[in-house]
Design a binder for this molecule. Sequence first.
Ligand SMILES: Cc1cc2nc3c(=O)[nH]c(=O)nc-3n(C[C@H](O)[C@H](O)[C@H](O)COP(=O)(O)OP(=O)(O)OC[C@H]3O[C@@H](n4cnc5c(N)ncnc54)[C@H](O)[C@@H]3O)c2cc1C
Length: 369
Amino acid sequence: MAKALVVGGGVIGLLTARLLGEQGYQVELVERGSLACEASWAGGGIVSPLYPWRYSEAVGALAGWSQGYYPALGDKLRRGTGIDPEVRCTGLYWLDLEDEDKALDWAAALGKEMLRVDRQKVMSRIPVLGGRFARALYMPDLANVRNPRLLQALQGALQVDHNISLVSGMSVDRLLVERGRVVGAKTSSGTVTADCVVLAAGAWSGELLQTLGLNLPVEPVKGQMILYKQEPDFLSAMVLAKGRYAIPRKDGHILVGSTLEHVGFDKTPTDEALASLKASAEELLPGLADAPIVGHWAGLRPGSPEGVPFIGEVPEYPGLWLNCGHYRNGLVLAPASCELLKNLMLGEEPIVDPTPYSPAGRLGWRPIA
Ligand SMILES: Cc1cc2nc3c(=O)[nH]c(=O)nc-3n(C[C@H](O)[C@H](O)[C@H](O)COP(=O)(O)OP(=O)(O)OC[C@H]3O[C@@H](n4cnc5c(N)ncnc54)[C@H](O)[C@@H]3O)c2cc1C
């Protein structure tokens, strides 16, 4: 039985482990902190890029595949573990977009339902909206997933899979190379050998590749979020204006995000972001002015050029596979990214053309002495 070492216990590492375990791999997933506590927990869980028409086809192809798959994934996990990831199709309203025509052209070209809705109709459907907008576009089919629950359900599913071992509190410090091939890693608790290593370490993925002389252009991009609690029927759809969004959960929690900050690996929540998010929340949904903020946190997105993730084997080091750099879209892209990686590892027909995600030619390399 082939053994895979998966580095990182976020949504990408957990889903990768699940798919490889199902294929009969013996999988050891190593997480430096606690499982599922970094970006994958901190994110909003919109099952779409925020402005999908502004992304390349490479991001669109993975997003489209995942969107089709999410409801089945949610059901399967709920039935298998009793934990409901709450994949809910609430739809999303964009208010006062400056590139409406581009958005509509994009939707028409892909046969997706996107509607112009006049202001009055939006207000009648979502009376809690602040009235300071003139126009809206609406996609009824867009969903959100309650990502902390998704991660709990995934962990629950993996814990009962005998092919998989989940190890937390152990860091992978260096990759092991023998005769040019990656054969495992040195960890904080000793050596782990494996037939292949999958790097799914989110914003930290570049650190490990540096030890091999590889320069992975993945950088942390901090995002802060605030959380409100309202009655369950307060807000019926996701809304987005001026780059800020509100996401309703089934039980009345409402997430408002997010900031985009290039401040290295610091993920301390700040008062400045709190005030700015609160102002956006109250402009979008004035009723939130009287509601208590019940949570405020930050996470580090794995920023990559154009937000196109790295998925595939590293040509300079056979045995080393990447699944990282999902930037703002790792939750929506996760199912497709992990399926594609599995396709490539097993030599299966890939679900989408793998070329744009290939690490080949996208990493700087200097041989190490
Ligand atoms: C505020 C915010 C809002 C977001 N909203 C959305 C959204 O609505 N929709 C969407 O699709 N995406 C969203 N995202 C983006 C999404 O959360 C990320 O793209 C995704 O979670 C990345 O997943 P990951 O598994 O690669 O990284 P992570 O979840 O960060 O997991 C990486 C893991 O690797 C571990 N690790 C790192 N180095 C090592 C090592 N050396 N050894 C062992 N373990 C290691 C880390 O501890 C971490 O647990 C948002 C992100 C943020 C911050």
